[in-house]
Design a protein around this ligand. Structure first.
Ligand code: NAD
Length: 273
């Protein structure tokens, strides 16, 4: 086997939830470049279709499907349309998620009157928005006897990052689920289904733009603190997540399950001193 075959996703149908987002866009391109067929799943039909079109115009294959990751009925419809078109599902990237403004605790806010509904919403999106698609699409992979699921965690699941408790608890729950589900699914299907996570550091995207940048594009105090506490002294570029993603989706990681790969410029290991 040539060394590059190990990382090939040739003709593999891989769903990317939140494929309409900034990191999701890099995931979708990376999968197409590795020979795979990305299914761009999101709530914004125009963006999903535009991204699919770009890949098709470049000679690849891709599909756009509109679905809310918290709505099982919509996800089942999405599954049926994917199976109708390609007859199979080989991988799932649970990329939909992010912080929600109503789950943010401002520094001067009363810590004993936190917006619990806001935090619950952030937790729900990140945790159940990972579990529900895995229930719907994972079943197809289990029936086929092969598949790779990649969850998207965050460094906030491991280190305290102020203001975003609901989001952090959501991602910490994703870490728990990532390990738990990897084991339980292996107990039932052996090495057929693998479940792993990527733990990104800080990347400038839509869901964190107002926390990290001013309207004029300059960094907020928080944005500057992130850079100061990242040994590489910069934010990540979305395409820098693609190597870890292709590794986890492909046979290169055949004996890997329940793991997390940090892609964070050193943020998690640095004490700040
Ligand atoms: P983004 O806002 O650009 O993309 C998120 C995408 O998810 C959007 O397209 C959004 O429409 C979609 N989405 C949100 N709720 C949805 C729902 N209910 N159903 C379907 N789609 C929905 O943000 P991003 O930073 O690219 O986020 C991608 C993932 O990466 C998220 O899970 C986020 O938490 C995670 N992450 C991001 C960073 C970062 O620094 N940007 C760091 C760690 C983890």
């Amino acid at each position: 086997m040539a060394s590059n075959d190990l990382f090939s996703l040739q003709d593999k149908v891989i769903i990317v939830t939140g494929g309409t987002g900034v990191l999701g866009g890099a995931f979708v391109k990376g999968i197409a470049n590795a020979g795979g067929i990305p299914v761009i799943l999101g709530r914004n039909a125009a963006v999903a279709e535009q991204r699919a079109k770009e890949i098709i115009d470049n000679g690849g294959k891709a599909m756009a499907v509109v679905s809310n990751v918290l709505d099982e009925t919509e996800l089942v419809k999405a599954k049926n349309s994917i199976l109708e078109k390609y007859g199979t599902i080989d991988g799932l990237v649970n990329g939909a998620g992010g912080n929600l403004p109503e789950g943010v605790l401002q520094p001067d806010a009363d810590i004993f009157s936190m917006n619990m509904d806001g935090m619950k919403k952030a937790m729900e999106l990140n945790l159940w928005g990972t579990i529900i698609p895995t229930q719907v699409f994972g079943k197809v992979m289990a029936a086929k006897g092969k598949g790779s699921i990649v969850n998207i965690s965050s460094v906030t699941s491991k280190q305290v990052v102020t203001k975003v408790l609901g989001y952090s608890m959501g991602k910490a729950s994703v870490d728990c689920y990532n390990q738990w589900f990897a084991v339980e699914v292996a107990n039932r299907f052996g090495d057929a289904i693998r479940v792993n996570a990527i733990m990104p550091g800080f990347f400038l995207t839509e869901q964190n733009r107002t926390l990290l940048t001013q309207p004029d594009g300059s960094f907020t105090l928080r944005g500057n603190l992130v850079i100061q506490n990242t040994p590489f002294k910069r934010f990540g570029k979305p395409e820098e997540l693609v190597g870890a993603l292709i590794y986890l989706l492909s046979d290169a990681s055949k004996f890997v399950t329940g793991m997390q790969i940090g892609v964070d410029g050193g943020f998690t290991v640095y004490s700040g001193v």
